[in-house]
Design a protein around this ligand. Sequence first.
Ligand SMILES: [Zn+2]
Length: 260
Amino acid sequence: MKRTTVGHVEITALVDTIEAYPATTVYPKADLSPYARHLDAEGRVPLNFGSFLVRDGATLLLVDTGWGPEHGGRLMAELAEAGVKPAQVTHILFTHLHGDHTGWNFDRGSGRVLFPEAKFLVPKLDWEHYTANPNESFERDVRPLEALGVMELVEGERTVSASLTAIPTPGHTPGHTSVVVTSGQERGFILGDVVITAIDAEDPEIDSIFDWDSGIARETRKKTVERLIADGSLVGASHLPAPGLGRFVREGGRQWWQAL
Ligand SMILES: [Zn+2]
């Protein structure tokens, strides 16, 4: 758990779990020799599985709900450590509908929704993609939201509160969505899986195996990192090293992820 602010908006990074994957599996086509410092002793890239709690006045937005109990997730405990009860969350936004972002929607035993007062904002293009191509986590964690009447499909730009706007950042999935934070002169950006590791932060041309459409994902990654370097946004990233808060910086022709 780590808390920071963007103007009057409070952003708390919550860590659900951390796992490591062989870098050659994540980036099968890349020469990884320049990136050894980002790998562990076994050549694996450590991935955080993080969510972000964003408070803007009366709006308490949770961006993504982690990987869930099957992965030993700690999201609900992290939320309690942050001093927040699940019923206080007013909105949940999924950056996309992969299972590592939707894990804590329902209690596995009782089936009750874990955030009883929240409106669930679901990217429309992801909803359409996964209702046509369902998988286990979608059926368990996402589809039941529809019958409960707590879901709203979002498409294009969607204002969540005065300082928070959801915008499309497609490629990782068809409807992948990020959150722009604007408060006075300060900027923040919750980017979901647009950038997954410190490796693709340094070279956004490198494709990972995780993207639905690598061409679209690459364009979105390049454009987004350019924007975030230019405006100096505080960035929240799902999978960059825990707790996933930092900035993209560029100096002397090099660019990198600088953790907070
Ligand atoms: Zn992810």
